[in-house]
Write a protein that binds this ligand. Structure first.
Ligand code: FAD
Length: 388
């Protein structure tokens, strides 16, 4: 396995995660993918080993590690051939609760999430008619007799069927009545099992990746007032805080994918003989692989930068966005080279290249599209005029 990074090796974490992943080899993920199933045994093993509670402070039963270490866990899962996307929500969704929840909410949720008794894998933000334009969301939560009554629709909400709780963003004050469009939205903890008996309908979306994701329909779903996180009306700001950790962890997953692709293709082109010599002896084959490796290494530097700033409690929105952009692009280029130089075998499921190719493609679109990162950098970093 390629391991050229000089700093941030975190060998103990890498070795432990690799040992766990060795119990779930390529054939396991291939079979799960073919069946469109959920890697239940793998997620349970990760939870039991405490890795998904990496970011939960020790006082609430977690490991109290930083984003740097958490990112190493996610990277290693993907680098070993797995897909951390099945469970990455469990790692970062709790951050919203940790930063903005009351002490009573933290005591109620965090120890149970850390122990694995409850899964908090889901976050419901995206809506079908508003897409990336989040401040226009139409799902409403109206306060009534000590409860919030929720009506509306969400789309692409992941891991709902494998989660006990979901963080939901809904409008509590109509857009027309707020001075800033980012105000008037709130976040709630939704008990998913209970909600499905009382106004929440979940409709799975068949999609390109084996990624459990759904349409959600809310019809007069009542949420207890105590499930509001933080202050009413400030939910958009709270969600944005959490997205930086999400983007950085997903960057780490893409880095893991990138190294996996480069590893696989390097071995393959060294062995594969065509025209009487290894195909890897041709510069036309070598250069795209070398190019992808350089891109992955460069993306990795931005990932460490984002992690360092986050762990030092410094502003890091720019670095989180740039790390996600660079890593998603690098892993996609590595995926393309890997598929291309496997020739026809790249399309054979037993090589796992086509599965990882589909999995890593997602990250140019979700959780934020590449264009929206350009837009963030152009406007927030370079000071160009707002386009929307
Ligand atoms: C498998 C999967 C899992 C997901 N899981 C979740 C989840 O758990 N929770 C959740 O809330 N959401 C989830 N999402 C939603 C995801 O975050 C959105 O798909 C993503 O943010 C893009 O939103 P959209 O699909 O509505 O695209 P749109 O907003 O319709 O945009 C489509 C494309 O148009 C371009 N575009 C849009 N606006 C602009 C602009 N102003 N300037 C330039 N280009 C622009 C971009 O290239 C963008 O990719 C998931 C999506 C997928 C596919």
């Amino acid at each position: 396995m390629i391991d050229k990074t000089l700093s941030h090796n975190h060998h103990e974490i890498r070795d432990a995660v690799r040992a766990l992943c060795a119990e779930f080899p390529d054939a396991y993920f291939r079979e799960i993918d073919a069946q469109r199933a959920y890697p239940e045994a793998f997620v349970d093993a990760l939870t039991r080993a405490g890795w998904l509670a990496a970011l939960i402070p020790q006082e609430y039963g977690g490991s109290g590690l930083g984003l740097t270490e958490a990112s190493v866990v996610m990277e290693e899962i993907n680098r070993c051939g797995g897909n951390a996307g099945a469970c990455h929500g469990q790692m970062y969704n709790m951050g919203t609760l940790l930063r903005h929840g009351s002490e009573a909410q933290k005591q109620k949720f965090l120890p149970r999430i850390a122990s694995g008794e409850w899964r908090l894998q889901s976050m419901g933000v995206t809506e079908p008619t508003t897409g990336t334009d989040t401040t226009k969301i139409k799902t409403t939560a109206v306060k009534k007799d000590g409860r919030y009554v929720v009506n509306g629709q969400k789309v692409w909400i992941s891991r709902v069927q494998h989660s006990d709780w979901m963080i939901l963003l809904a409008r509590t004050t109509p857009l027309a009545e707020v001075t800033k469009k980012s105000e008037g939205m709130s976040i709630f903890m939704v008990d998913l099992k209970e909600a499905q008996q009382r106004g929440l309908t979940v409709r799975p979306i068949a999609n390109m990746v084996n990624h459990e994701t759904n349409e959600l329909f809310f019809e007069n779903l009542e949420i207890p007032e105590e499930n509001l996180i933080g202050q009413e009306g400030q939910g958009f700001r709270y969600i944005l805080d959490g997205l930086n950790a999400e983007r950085t962890l997903i960057a780490a997953e893409c880095i893991g994918d990138g190294y996996w692709f480069i590893d696989r293709v390097t071995h393959y082109v060294r062995d594969r003989q065509v025209f009487g010599r290894p195909i890897g002896q041709n510069q036309g084959v070598q250069f795209p692989i070398a190019d992808a490796f350089i891109e992955v290494e460069a993306a990795n530097l931005m990932r460490w930068k984002a992690c360092e700033l986050f762990d030092a409690h410094q502003p890091m929105g720019t670095q989180a966005n740039m790390a996600k952009y660079l890593a998603a692009k690098a892993s996609w280029e590595a995926a393309n080279a890997c598929l291309q130089f496997h020739g026809g075998f790249g399309f054979a499921c037993e090589y796992d290249v086509e599965r990882k190719f589909r999995e890593t493609r997602l990250y140019q679109v979700a959780p934020i599209s590449t264009n929206l990162i350009y837009s963030y950098v152009a406007e927030h970093v370079l000071g160009l005029p707002r386009s929307f």
